[in-house]
Design a protein around this ligand. Structure first.
Ligand code: APR
Length: 252
């Protein structure tokens, strides 16, 4: 088993912490079998986001875009949360305030049982109207016969944030407010290259949080973080929970 040393500084910050945030990205779900976007077998190495993940692409060829999202739904529908997801469910119990801010649209944090998840980029299992944004709960969307919104006849699209689109402002403001007032901020499984999500880590440390990055690979954030631990989320997070349990027993 890989040895993981928890630094004195991190342990001290966790001992006094009442408010912890974990920002997650695609790497969080890698161990579940969900491909990342920019890793070695990343989706964007095989597919062109310009053709699939923006509004113009959808208006231009909605069938192609829905075909791709049905493929992703099927893939995600077959996988389970991994040990990293479950560890974050357990970690909730150690802090009065604990929030997961995720860039992932795969619903795996919720499936694992996490109770406080903020979705920055939507959720691939949900649909909404292109025009009036009404939620459309049809489970399977037939890409050969894309349904229309019963309210306004707009086209139904996946409820995810596409490139070039603004994040839901209430969600973004909540995320920024959380990042600006937190004791320990973990950035897990993200390349820290996509905005505005990437800025949350800088905002957290800039406002006094202890910033820990968990990623097998270095990222643009690595030198700025208080600690950058090059390991998988599915390995590190269960060990973190063991450490939290020790800390809790020490401080009782
Ligand atoms: N544990 C932790 N991190 C991992 C693991 C793992 N087991 N496996 C891979 N990683 C890391 C990779 O090293 C990479 O830095 O996860 C990161 C995934 O980065 P991206 O593929 O860029 O995914 P993400 O940062 O979530 O992308 C942000 O971009 O494509 C858009 O909307 C999409 O939400 C996504 C956003």
């Amino acid at each position: 088993m890989e040895t993981i040393e928890f630094s004195e500084r991190l342990i001290e910050r966790l001992k006094g912490a009442t408010n912890v945030v974990v920002l997650t990205g695609a790497g969080m779900s890698a161990a579940s079998g969900v491909p990342t976007f920019r890793g070695k077998d990343g989706l964007w190495n095989k597919f062109n986001p310009q053709e699939l993940a923006n509004v113009d692409a959808f208006l231009n060829d909605p069938k192609l875009v829905w075909e791709w999202y049905n493929w992703r739904r099927e893939l995600i529908g077959k996988v389970q949360p991994n040990l990293g997801h479950y560890a974050l469910v357990d970690a909730e119990a150690y802090f009065p305030e604990f929030m997961i801010i995720t860039q992932n649209v795969d619903n795996l944090h919720q499936l694992a049982g996490s109770s406080n998840v903020l979705e920055l980029h939507g959720n691939v299992m949900r649909n909404k109207c292109m025009d009036c944004a009404a939620v459309y709960n049809g489970k399977h969307i037939d890409h050969n016969n894309i349904p229309r919104c019963p309210d306004c006849n707009g086209m139904i699209r996946p409820d995810v944030v596409w490139f070039g689109e603004l994040l839901p402002q209430d969600v973004l403001q909540t995320a920024q407010a959380k990042a600006a007032a937190v004791d320990v901020f973990f950035t897990v499984g993200t390349s820290s290259t996509v905005e505005p999500a990437a800025s949350l880590s800088y905002m957290a440390k800039g406002n006094g949080a202890y910033l820990v990055e968990i990623n097998p690979e270095p990222t643009p954030l690595s030198d700025y973080a208080d600690e950058s631990i090059h390991i998988g989320a599915d390995v590190y997070l269960p060990r973190l929970v063991i450490e939290l349990d020790k800390i809790k027993r020490w401080t009782m």
